[in-house]
Design a protein around this ligand. Structure first.
Ligand SMILES: NC(=O)c1ccc[n+]([C@@H]2O[C@H](COP(=O)([O-])OP(=O)(O)OC[C@H]3O[C@@H](n4cnc5c(N)ncnc54)[C@H](OP(=O)(O)O)[C@@H]3O)[C@@H](O)[C@H]2O)c1
Length: 373
């Protein structure tokens, strides 16, 4: 199986025999073998590190206890209201908890206000000194993104850490956003892109500002087709997710290139959590999907969400994290473990495709970051 750039810059996956996605999803030896085998199949095409990461020092064991003091710093985590319930919790909740514990003034932002307020209450119980608040935000709705950004700009002078964490995995049937875009693309990619653009004035006033884009190891299976991005004509819930996560990675790297070229003074990095027990699958394709069966029958594959949050926290806070870096768990197949370098899909490092994607999203999101000189 090889990947190649097709006409109009579309990156296509050519399959010889069984495609990676088919292998992942339809392996006949049962969900367990599909999950482990699929991960291996994906990894078989993963260089352990991309050339631009080779030679960089390995990352020593790092946990939330290593987060430096964030007193006086401000942070925004999209998502963050997935407080622990049973054995599941959202990754953003743990990001927010640890950032607040380190002294940052944290805002969590997502759709469900009641859950947001409960998450704030719980974080304040865990960290009585926590500076934490919830703000409503629907990333899939560009009007909501604009009004959220207006409120942020009206209430503060700067933003030091933006964690683009929120995300959805699609349901079996295609759903559309308020703006007429496929919902997974609208939430994960376009919404975060528009949000970041609108918060750029606050970020540029930040103290060593960083933006962390949360991707997935499934970005390796993603494909970017600018002609079909917003509508998801050939909808498949797995592909919609994979494509959006590849887009996130490309946006992180393109943002870093632009920031460096134009002197924004903002570092952009990317992270992924491996796999962790969260609400992503239950709220998405559900427990009768392949991913849902893995939740039920292969719990040992999933790491605790608090650990899944660590690569993002490392990227957001470690003085050793580098702009343009991509961090994920360092354990078996990158599924779990402490933060390490994550393998970068070649197509995420395709600069021309990144520039085209950026221009497409500026147009679709009706936002601009300014121009590359
Ligand atoms: N869990 C994994 O194994 C895994 C693996 C790879 C990558 N990831 C990535 O990790 C990130 C966090 O996901 P998770 O696993 O923690 O899932 P989760 O438990 O389902 O949390 C998702 C969060 O996103 C928020 N959200 C969903 N739609 C939104 C919208 N339209 N606007 C604003 N916020 C929205 C949700 O809050 P509301 O419902 O209130 O909006 C929730 O706080 C995602 O980007 C996901 O793709 C997860």
């Amino acid at each position: 199986m090889t990947d190649s750039s097709g006409e109009n810059g579309t990156i296509k996956t050519r399959s010889s025999g069984l495609s990676r996605r088919s292998f992942m999803r339809y392996s006949t030896v049962g969900a367990g073998v599909a999950a482990v085998g699929g991960a291996i199949a994906v990894r078989a095409n993963m260089p352990p590190l991309s050339p631009r990461q080779q030679g960089l020092p390995s990352i020593p064991d790092w946990t939330a206890a290593d987060i430096p003091s964030l007193q006086g710093r401000s942070a925004l985590v999209t998502g963050g209201n997935g407080y622990p319930e049973g054995d599941r919790s959202g990754l953003g909740y743990h990001d927010a908890l640890q950032l607040a514990r380190a002294g940052a003034d944290v805002t969590i932002a997502s759709r469900k206000q009641e859950r947001g307020e409960e998450a704030v209450r719980r974080i304040k119980v865990a960290v009585p000194s926590a500076l934490i608040r919830f703000e409503p935000l629907d990333l899939s709705d560009l009007l909501s993104v604009a009004s959220f950004a207006d409120r942020m700009r009206a209430s503060r002078k700067n933003l030091d850490i933006l964690v683009n964490n929120a995300g959805v995995m699609g349901r079996k049937n295609r759903e559309m956003s308020a703006n007429g875009f496929e919902r997974v693309f609208a939430t994960n990619a376009l919404g975060h892109f528009a949000l970041t653009a609108r918060l750029l004035p606050l970020l540029s006033q930040g103290n060593s500002p960083r933006v962390v884009w949360v991707s997935s190891s499934r970005a390796f299976m993603g494909t970017i087709n600018p002609a079909d991005l917003p509508l998801g004509r050939d909808y498949d819930y797995g592909a919609a997710y994979d494509n959006s996560k590849l887009a996130i990675l490309m946006l992180a790297f393109e943002m870093q290139r632009r920031s460096a070229a134009e002197g924004w003074g903002i570092s952009a990095m990317a992270s992924h959590p491996g796999i962790a027990r969260t609400n992503l699958v239950p709220d998405g394709p559900g427990f009768d999907s392949l991913e849902g069966r893995n939740h039920r029958y292969l719990p040992f594959l999933f790491q605790p969400p608090a650990q899944g949050a660590l690569p993002t926290l490392y990227a957001a806070t470690s003085p050793q994290a580098v702009a343009g870096g991509y961090y994920g768990p360092n354990g078996f197949l990158g599924l779990g473990g402490l933060p390490g370098w994550a393998g970068i899909p070649e197509k995420a490092d395709d600069q021309q495709a990144g520039t085209r994607l950026w221009a497409t999203l500026e147009q679709l999101g009706n936002v601009t970051f300014g121009r590359m000189s």
